[in-house]
Design a protein around this ligand. Structure first.
Ligand code: APR
Ligand code: ZN
Ligand code: ZN
Length: 361
């Protein structure tokens, strides 16, 4: 089958190869024929080494498709089921899943699959991005990592649910729990940031300010619910205008992954406000806070991992919001491409030109 392969971490270009095979189907695994997969900035983070990742590997972690084979002990899925791939599914039994009621923080399955090659190319083992690897025509995952959805959802829409939409909408609804009437600012208007904006809108935010370097993105953000948009250097003035006596936003979301924008998100919220870090940064980078502000400002700085979502229920919850016309997912697809154009899509993402490129397989 065809797949895109990165030979070594730090490499810039994916090679499109024809002779990749999937590994063996274990008793609790399912084989998924991938039909659509989004290109997410985290793929680039894995390629660059910001995210720990074995190599060579097949990138892609935002995918949807059809179950084409099930292992002998699979109980949850049947051949023909339409599914969204979850790159960090809960095992349902561990301390994080049960005692801490944080299924999104379960690492049992992800740790088990990320370290095991998912594919072969001739005699060479290939890892998959975060244990998945959706830039391939087929993929084997544990049954927990394939979430059944309705058959009438187009695959390109379903694919976005697998990462960007869940990460962004979940950050607003699950992690921050934005209340009606809140004021929000969102740094970064890629697929994740646009999803945060939509999540804030669904939650009933009164003001949603979009921040990006790219003028087109700022214009686009308004289609998804941003009430204002501004380049980083104009934010301070706009903050005063929008939040007035409150002195800052109730919620700030960083959806880029840079130290300076995490710092800016912390600065943008009012005393007692909450800054949420959604973007993925490099382990070598740090953000500074002074001792006085940490105490005096009483702000909350909180990470958001996979939208703090329980993929078992949230994937379909977000699809219900899409069906009800409350999430615009069609509008997030900037271009539909084939696997051959994946490198061009990555370049466009690097330049901040697209919300999402979706590869149709
Ligand atoms: N200030 C403001 N906007 C910026 C800046 C900056 N310094 N640098 C980049 N941007 C904008 C880009 O113009 C682009 O619109 O941030 C946006 C990032 O979008 P994408 O590259 O499409 O990334 P996305 O897939 O949305 O992911 C964003 O969330 O889950 C994480 O790993 C992901 O770290 C990544 C982040
Ligand atoms: Zn678990
Ligand atoms: Zn992603």
């Amino acid at each position: 089958m065809r797949a895109a392969v990165l030979r070594e971490i730090g490499g810039e270009t994916l090679e499109i190869v024809d002779d990749v095979t999937v590994g063996e189907l274990g008793p609790t695994d399912v084989k998924v024929d991938i039909k659509a997969t989004g290109v997410c900035h985290s793929d680039l983070h894995a390629m660059k080494g910001d995210l720990p990742q074995g190599a060579p590997f097949v990138p892609g972690h935002e995918g949807a498709g059809v179950v084409s084979e099930v292992g002998s002990a699979v109980t949850r899925l049947s051949v023909g089921d339409h599914v969204v791939v979850a790159w960090s599914p809960p095992c349902g039994q561990c301390v994080a899943c049960v005692d801490q009621k944080s299924p999104h923080l379960c690492i049992m399955i992800q740790f088990a699959i990320a370290g095991v090659p998912r594919f072969k190319e001739g005699g060479t083992d290939l890892f998959g991005m975060a244990g998945t690897g959706t830039f391939a025509e087929q993929l084997i995952v544990p049954q927990e990592a394939a979430i059944k959805i309705d058959d009438d959802v187009p695959f390109e829409i379903a694919s976005l649910i697998g990462c960007g939409v869940t990460t962004g909408v979940g950050a607003a609804i699950n992690t921050a729990k934005v209340e009606p009437g809140s004021t929000c600012v969102v740094f970064g208007c890629g697929g994740v940031g646009i999803s945060v904006i939509q999540g804030c809108r669904v939650a009933g935010a009164a003001a949603i300010v979009a921040v990006d370097l790219n003028d087109e993105k700022l214009e686009m953000a308004k289609r998804f619910g941003a009430t204002h948009s501004v380049k980083p250097d104009g934010l301070d003035a706009l903050k005063g205008e929008v939040t007035g006596m409150a002195g800052g936003f109730d919620y700030a979301f960083e959806a880029i992954g840079l130290p300076q924008t995490v710092r800016a998100a912390y600065d943008a919220v009012r005393r007692g406000g909450t800054a949420i870090v959604v973007g993925v940064g490099n382990m070598g980078q740090t953000v500074e806070f002074n001792m006085f502000e940490l105490f005096f400002q009483e702000k909350t700085l909180k990470g958001s991992y996979y939208g703090s979502a329980d993929v078992r229920s949230d994937f379909n919850r977000f699809l219900r919001l899409w069906k009800a016309g409350k999430l615009d997912l069609e509008g997030m697809i900037s271009q539909r491409i084939t696997l051959d154009d994946v490198n061009d899509a990555i370049q466009k993402m690097k330049r901040g030109e697209v919300i999402r490129s979706v590869i149709e397989l």
